[in-house]
Design a protein. Structure first.
Length: 190
């Protein structure tokens, strides 16, 4: 998606250690017009998957997942990082290391909103090592639901997360695939 790539080049900042700061339009301040366009693009990639729910991780995945769900006309479920009093047991819980936080986080979802018979599309802001998305995949599997696709705004191909997800045999799409950032210069896979 060209508009996303242009924003990454113009406003993205490589912080070292594989960290790309996109806080001005995705991860802290959100550009709603860009997210609407991204959601339509991701929905177009998965329109034939027959998804009944979109699943993401709190918090940065919510904007692209919401606009994708909106474009597909289906609900969004987000895995929470803290359990509210309104979430009653049992819950699905999966651990995932956080690259930006430097610790493992726990993702939780209620069986009330994720269960057998659902066809789930996972959407997140980044596909890097694939560990957060793998935690969501395990959650879908534990729920007895069917995973029908995985989408991301930005893929950092050099972190090889895709190689851990391809054996699932489901469609996998990213709107902007970064080949390298090692010299502080962002280059995309063409």
């Amino acid at each position: 998606m060209e508009a996303l790539k242009e924003r990454i080049l113009r406003e993205g900042e490589y912080l070292g250690s594989g960290i790309l700061k996109v806080d001005s339009f995705i991860n802290h301040q959100v550009d709603p017009a860009l997210m609407l366009e991204a959601g339509r693009e991701l929905a177009a990639c998965f329109v034939d998957a027959g998804a009944t729910k979109v699943l993401t991780a709190e918090i940065s995945g919510i904007a692209p997942a919401l606009t994708t769900a909106l474009a597909l006309g289906i609900p969004l479920v987000y895995a929470r990082k803290t359990k509210p009093v309104t979430m009653t047991e049992p819950v699905y819980v999966e651990a995932a290391p956080s690259h930006t936080k430097g610790v493992s986080v726990f993702l939780m979802a209620s069986p009330e909103f994720l269960g057998p018979g659902e066809r789930v599309l996972i959407i997140d802001d980044f596909l890097a090592s694939g560990q957060t998305i793998n935690a969501l995949v395990r959650m879908v599997q534990h729920a007895g639901a069917e995973l029908v696709g995985i989408g991301a705004l930005i893929e950092k191909a050099f972190e090889e997360g895709r190689t851990h997800l391809e054996p699932l045999g489901i469609p996998l799409h990213a709107l902007a695939v970064i080949a390298d950032m090692s010299n502080g210069q962002i280059t995309f896979v063409e």
